[in-house]
Design a protein around this ligand. Sequence first.
Ligand SMILES: [Zn+2]
Length: 412
Amino acid sequence: MQKIIDRFISYVTVDTESDPNSDTCPSTEKQWNLANQLVEELKQIGMEDVTIDEHAYIMATLPSNVDYEVPTIGFISHFDTSPDFTGANIKPQIVPNYDGGDIILNKEQNIILSPGYFKDLLQYKGQTLITTDGTTLLGADDKAGITEIVTAMEYLINHPEIKHGKIRVGFTPDEEIGRGAHLFDVEKFGADWAYTMDGSQVGELEYENFNAAGAKLVFSGKSVHPGYAKGKMINSILLANKFIAKLPKDEVPQKTSGYEGFFHVHTVSGSIEESKVELIIRDHNLKKFKERKKLIEKLVEKLNKKYKKKFGGPIVECTIDDQYFNMKEKVEPEIHIVDIAEKAMKDLGIKPLIKPIRGGTDGSQLSYMGLPCPNIFAGGHNFHGKYEYVPVESMQKAVNVIVKIAELTAIK
Ligand SMILES: [Zn+2]
């Protein structure tokens, strides 16, 4: 366990925050610092064919140790951290034998990690937790995943009696800004399937995610002196408001869970002459997803029809762009890859928690790029903020799951 702690700390103390406003890859130069460190470490533990490309995508191989055909499997994590909260000067704190009470993250600033608010903490009584000092995020998302993959590979190298096929390891930059899979060379990776180690609590196994799109609407208006505006003024703010009011009012993030989709208006700006509305559309079900997009188009059409004469052209312009799709379409035909992960957990006494992701993962993009890629727990909680923490025991369990999947895949 000490090795896991040391390894994890050696990663999180390197700042790798990504930046959505950059258009280079990696989005920040500093991600190279950890990328180069990881390349050295992979070589040092005995991985073969360790490569890093010009965009800092790392790949490495653990060769098969059996003399019969076994599918090549992969394990993938990202080394950037979320721009939602600072990842500079992370000072991890170790809480051994957690007593189930409040954890004071920062005395001066009175920042407390409390099971009164974060109930999940109580599952980890008696375990060793790694937390922040209240001033940064921790970066367990997803340096816990990297720690687990490296540790599992090292374990397999040191235990040649465990039989496995060829295993590929992939570490990516810029997952947190939605670009982790963009430049991933699936062909070069050459695995039959892979798993991202990027979930949260122990047991999580995910192969369904949202279908996702973003819509941008621009409403036009006509500004006239308000005292003499009767029959002349068109206030684009009120048009935008009309549009928003027509969206199903219970189908919003704050009122949905599980497989329920939603519309989420996240940005509005405007004046009389022009108002902009941006929203995202989410649904696990492809048919319903398409219907949601159609509804937006219909509402736009209606407004345009209504104001055609008065305005003299389309009063609303709308663009809808697809963002990602549900990986279920690609994973379900290969459901044995989920079954193997599930069996690995059960064999280890871990209860699999299979549930739909209410978001996307790099795995969903990779699945559509030809690499079916479910997501497995990495152990951390409260990602992207100062309350982020990870139990060391959960990381150890993830290591065991990786080793077990390798073992099960090689059974004749
Ligand atoms: Zn992540």
